[in-house]
Design a protein around this ligand. Structure first.
Ligand SMILES: [Zn+2]
Length: 308
């Protein structure tokens, strides 16, 4: 496989939409194109338009191209720009704002914002494996600055009231998984642990009593931050706390303000970069391209009710 060790090499390699399309076909289907409607591989390519295919199954007979059923479906932005944006977003240590992306690609800020969100969909691990071994768990309050709340609404509120709670689990030497949670009640956090960490693992947390009930399923070690205890041999939560600071630097430094409904995607973006931190730049790009199945419509993204 070609490697794209630098941005310059990358741009040279993917300088036409045809090359991008061919690469996408290869990554999505290998040498066996499949109908996105019925899954059949009994398909043929149009002779007069090599971008298009037709399904030969009697009940289907649908026409399609490689972008149908993917994040790129119906896009008006050329694939060369999509590829470049994906390469930058997967490799830049903090991501990139839609303003910056718009300026670089010569598209509107609205298009860049939508493009960024669709690329974040590709950075989402759609079937994450349960973490195992030694796993650090923690919660963090993200986004929504207290100073941004209007004076009239500040009364009786504390600094975390305008923030969204994110649960995180990090396998030592492995991956991080994040989940937006509605609160920090024991039942909520216990659920979050069960859906991310394999039973029998060694689970490390701070003194939050919510995690105590898990000692039947996991070997549980904790540090007591309240009394100044942060490390007790291998028992510490430094890994997940390091991830929180990366996430917050990205959100506060690049995007400034992230609404709760989009926060999970920003967490997934930071998680993708963290989980593939030791991979080469071209591998990060290819991994995201291989995850292009599934659409994200603008109306769904902005939560707009369907027109009747
Ligand atoms: Zn078909």
């Amino acid at each position: 496989m070609k490697t794209f060790a630098s941005l310059l090499q990358f741009q040279k390699h993917f300088d036409t939409n045809e090359k991008c399309r061919a690469y996408l076909e290869q990554q999505r289907w290998g040498n066996t194109p499949a109908c996105p409607f019925c899954g059949s591989t009994n398909v043929c390519r149009f002779k007069n338009d090599s971008r298009k295919f037709k399904c030969r199954e009697k009940e289907c007979r649908k026409k399609f191209s490689v972008t149908v059923g993917t994040i790129y479906e119906n896009t008006k932005i050329p694939l060369t720009k999509w590829f470049l944006a994906t390469y930058i977003l997967t490799n830049h240590s903090k991501g990139i704002s839609s303003h910056q992306l718009a300026a670089w690609l010569g598209i509107t800020q609205k298009s860049a914002w939508f493009l960024n969100h669709r690329i974040r969909e590709m950075l989402t691990d759609k079937s994450p494996k349960l973490l195992e071994g030694m796993v650090e768990v923690d919660e963090s309050w993200v986004g929504g600055k207290f100073s941004n709340i209007h004076k009239s609404k500040k009364k009786g509120k504390n600094h975390n009231d305008n923030k969204t709670i994110v649960f995180g689990a990090l396998q030592r030497g492995g991956k991080v998984v994040t989940k937006i949670v509605p609160d920090t009640k024991a039942v909520t956090l216990v659920d979050a642990v069960h859906s991310t960490v394999k039973g029998g693992s060694i689970m490390v947390s701070d003194e939050n009593s919510a995690y105590k009930s898990l000692s039947k399923t996991f070997v549980h070690g904790s540090v007591h931050h309240g009394i100044g205890e942060y490390v007790n041999g291998p028992i510490h939560t430094n890994g997940i706390e390091g991830f929180w600071s990366i996430l917050k630097r990205q959100i506060n430094g690049i995007h400034h303000c992230v609404s709760p409904k989009h926060l999970q995607r920003y967490c997934n973006e930071a998680g993708f970069r963290y989980n593939l931190r030791t991979n080469a730049q071209d591998e990060k790009f290819t991994t995201s391209i291989q995850n292009c199945e599934g659409r994200l419509k603008y109306s769904v993204l902005i939560n707009k009710p369907k027109r009747k």
